[in-house]
Write a protein that binds this ligand. Structure first.
Ligand code: NAD
Ligand code: DAU
Length: 344
């Protein structure tokens, strides 16, 4: 076993962060993980059952904007690596109210960067998104050279965090790396996002609200492929660099929705085209040749199999999502969707 890496993982109770911790601790015993998560509506300790009780795992409930707490954790656990997943992550919520997005995503990241500087971390990995590049026309791909042009409060807050991270590298030599990944799918995704929302509505015979004309394109990647890229960039990524991550699987939203209905044996009459998302980005598509050529990463999961497995996971884990949608989620759903269904 190599030297133990003491890693602060933030937002590890959310969708991608919990998949990361479960995956990484199932295969590595040279990682010691402190998971700092505020447990917002999106954070769920049930997601972390596989690692509960492991002696190389610690959970701390807390906010990344809390300077004193963050400082204490770096000192107490001798943190040398940071993987910053913590964020407000949903575009539609950022349109309803942006403040918490800038607070967590921008201020929270700078609190972590400052602590990383004080405690001389060996690597700071900022988990970013392809949405910082804005929107594409019908052709072309986002490369790491594409200029940042974020369009929503969410994506602008992520772009600001990226700029802060790169500025800390440039100014202080902080060993920062950034990953920018496309749309993830897989188990444990909160049902506000397209794929789980459509699966759950279809299972409940509720209308499936497709925004606008349904022809917006997203580039889908299985969450484990994303997390393998995060692991590789943490281990071997060159400091000061940005790595795009994507599996080259572009799909129109309406295609995804129809595929879900087909797999569930439900009819297309459940689909309803509703009022569009304001400022809705038309198309995302990632060129991931840099991480493939320089670090040897490549996506391993085939879309057809992995989406089937994901749908099966939601079928087999009704307890998980029924608990979520029976709580505060209903208020969110009404606020987000009531006006959309009455578009005419
Ligand atoms: P998520 O909303 O499922 O989880 C976010 C987690 O962060 C939750 O556990 C929440 O409790 C925690 N959190 C929120 N505010 C916090 C705070 N102030 N302090 C501590 N913890 C806090 O999000 P996700 O989809 O898992 O995304 C994780 C990261 O990956 C985000 O940074 C997001 O921008 C990025 N990302 C997501 C996708 C995607 O498709 N979901 C794609 C690319 C990048
Ligand atoms: O590209 C990476 C980003 O992907 C991440 O940075 C974000 O955290 C993540 O939320 C995701 O953003 P999107 O806005 O692309 O994902 P979402 O699942 O919200 O929507 C996907 C597409 O589906 C988008 O074009 C909007 C559409 N949509 C979404 C919902 C929730 C609908 O048509 N109806 C819906 O009800």
């Amino acid at each position: 076993m190599g030297k133990v890496k003491k890693i602060l993982v933030t937002g590890g109770a959310g969708f991608i962060g919990s998949n990361f911790i479960n995956y990484i601790l199932s295969k590595r015993d040279d990682y010691f993980i402190v998971n700092l998560d505020k447990l917002t509506y999106a954070g769920n300790l049930e997601n972390l059952k596989p690692v509960e009780g492991k002696n190389n795992y610690n959970f701390i409930k807390g906010d990344i904007t809390n300077n004193e707490l963050v400082d204490y954790l770096f000192r107490r656990f001798e943190i040398k690596f940071v993987v910053n997943f913590a964020a407000e992550s949903h575009v539609d919520r950022s349109i309803l109210g942006s403040e918490i997005f800038y607070r967590t995503n921008v201020i929270g990241t700078t609190v972590l960067l400052e602590a990383s500087r004080r405690y001389h971390v060996e690597k700071f990995l900022q988990v970013s998104t392809d949405e910082v590049y804005g929107s594409l026309g019908p052709t072309g791909l986002f490369t790491e050279q594409t200029s940042l042009s974020p369009n929503s409060p969410y994506s602008s807050s992520k772009a600001a965090a990226d700029m802060a991270a790169l500025a800390f590298h440039h100014t202080y030599g902080l060993p920062v790396v950034i990953t920018r990944c496309s749309n993830n799918y897989g188990p444990l995704q909160f049902p506000e996002k397209l794929i789980p929302l459509m699966i759950i509505n279809a299972l409940n015979n509720k209308k499936l609200p497709v925004y606008g004309d349904g022809l917006n394109v997203r580039d889908w990647i299985y969450v484990v492929d994303h997390n393998k890229a995060v692991e590789l960039v943490l281990e071997n990524g060159k400091v000061g660099e940005v790595y795009n991550v994507g599996a080259s699987r572009e799909m129109k939203n309406i295609e995804i929705v129809k595929l879900i209905l087909k797999k569930l044996g439900k009819g297309e009459e459940l689909i309803e085209f509703v009022k569009d998302r304001p400022g809705h980005d038309r198309r995302y598509a990632i060129d991931s040749s840099k991480i493939q050529n320089e670090l040897g990463w490549k996506p391993e999961f085939n879309f057809e199999n992995a989406i089937s497995d994901t749908i099966d996971w939601y079928l087999q884990n009704k307890n998980w999502w029924e608990r979520i949608i029976s709580g505060e989620y209903q208020n969110y759903y009404n606020e987000q969707y009531a006006h959309r269904f009455n578009k005419n």
